[in-house]
Design a protein around this ligand. Structure first.
Ligand code: AMP
Length: 431
């Protein structure tokens, strides 16, 4: 069915399952990583969510479990995937379920914040693959429910995020319980020194693949900023949602949890179907919100950064940033939700004059200037000027001396004060 590609090397039943899922050709990470994984090599993959990395590691693992059958030992899985967040773990488990539709490979997904009852039940059914978050995994190991002594394939997913979240001691503890003879796969979106050191502890003679970093993904996204006063951001959001009924799946990012709750309430009052997802919500609330969003019952998902990675919802029409994130890298992760595996989407960021520093930092990071959309009733000339954006995309005013045309407003303003008189406002919307 998939002759001539890496998918063609998979067991027929797995090929059927991915064909059902609509996969036609492997993504670059799949094409490059899977041949090494079939050979049983240790592996370091520098790739972010959205590249198809889950299938890149999960398919060869399931293929191995299908081809090399062993008697099942309850509580002793043969494959372990460690994920930093519950959402990512649940998504990976969904992939396992989708891929193993025609093969008998029980699995369990274990994470905290919910009762362990169902998870233990899945383990007792003889789960061969366990997808886990570190905390609950250690919990179940301590209780004598799960043992890692028969793990043949181990995956550490989103290692950089694991370290950000302070999981290093837990990870070390988990690694110490794994058998020495195993295949280890290490995935991370970024490779700062601390992450590289951890990789060094885990893998032996690894094959390495780096999939083009974030910018190419971002390039497909139609990005814009809207200059607005802080007090008008909620009104602008409601205005946009009302004027774009075609946006049927929108993720709105806020910096703080209470901000997410506030925006969610306002949208609800404006009659929108929406839900908030952040770390103060219980696991059940988070799952319900995500499922509702995926199904299309919930149109707007209001989320904090904790949820920005790992959410895999195909066809998100638009991402709105109520504020720009403090960490510039989060910008890329946030807006990446709208261009998964080849689709393209829109990303709008609301920016006040005070946020100009963040805007500049983001633009430096993505190496391009984000155009301003002034075509809305809440446009703030003040913020526009403060951010030095007001001259971009507008006809150059005739009173600007040709030598100064490429300078920013602020530089021009220096010139202005030297002249000692006010000039007409060239930042006006209707110019
Ligand atoms: P991931 O990076 O693993 O989160 O995958 C991102 C999305 O791409 C998921 O919805 C996958 O189901 C989808 N995907 C992964 N590989 C392929 C492929 N070869 N063809 C089409 N879709 C894919």
């Amino acid at each position: 069915m998939f002759e001539g590609t890496v998918f063609g090397k998979l067991d027929q039943k797995l090929q059927h399952a991915i064909a059902d899922a609509g996969y036609k050709t492997p993504t670059p990470i799949q094409a490059e990583a899977m041949p090494y994984l079939f050979e049983g090599r240790d592996f370091i993959g520098c790739a972010q969510t959205g590249t198809g990395k889950t299938a890149a590691f999960m398919l060869p693992i399931l293929n191995h479990l299908v081809k090399v059958r062993r008697p099942r030992h309850i509580g002793h899985p043969r494959a372990l995937v460690l994920s930093p967040t519950r959402e990512l773990a649940a998504q990976t488990a969904e992939n396992v379920k989708k891929f193993s539709k025609y093969v008998q490979l029980p699995f369990a997904c274990v994470f905290g914040g919910v009762s362990q009852f169902g998870q233990v039940k899945d383990i007792k059914k003889g789960a061969e693959t366990v997808v886990a978050c570190p905390g609950r995994l250690i919990d179940l190991m301590t209780q004598g429910i799960l043992y890692l002594d028969q793990v043949e394939c181990f995956v550490l997913d989103e290692a950089d995020r694991m370290l950000d979240m302070g999981f290093l001691p837990d990870i070390r503890r988990i690694i110490s319980k794994l058998p020495k003879a195993r295949q280890s796969l290490f995935f991370s979106a970024t490779m700062p020194p601390a992450v590289r050191n951890l990789a060094g502890e885990l893998v032996h003679d690894p094959a390495q693949v780096t999939i083009a970093p974030e910018t190419p993904t971002v390039e497909k996204i139609n990005q814009k900023v809207m200059m607005v006063e802080k007090a008008q951001k909620d009104a602008l959001l409601i205005h946009l949602l009302k004027n774009h009924p075609e946006w049927n799946k929108v993720i709105v990012f806020t910096k703080m949890r209470h901000g997410a709750d506030r925006v969610n309430k306002k949208l609800m009052r404006a009659g929108m179907t929406c839900a908030a997802i952040h770390s103060d919500k219980t696991q059940n609330q988070r799952t319900r919100a995500l499922v509702g969003f995926k199904r299309g019952d919930v149109r707007v998902l209001v989320a904090t950064d904790i949820a920005s990675r790992g959410i895999d919802v195909p066809e998100v029409s638009c991402v709105v940033n109520m504020e720009l994130p403090l960490e510039t890298e989060s910008y890329v992760h946030r807006i990446g939700r709208t261009a998964r595996a080849g689709e393209s989407g829109a990303a709008i960021s609301f920016v006040t004059g005070e946020e100009r520093g963040q805007l500049k930092a983001v633009e430096r990071f993505i190496k391009k200037s984000i155009p301003v959309d002034r075509d809305h009733p809440f446009h703030s000339d003040f913020a526009d000027r403060k951010a030095g954006k007001s001259s971009e995309g507008l006809p150059t005013a005739p009173w600007v001396h040709p030598a100064n045309r490429n300078k920013t407003n602020r530089k021009r303003q220096g010139h202005k004060s030297f002249l000692g008189r006010r000039q007409p406002d060239f930042g006006q919307k209707d110019l």
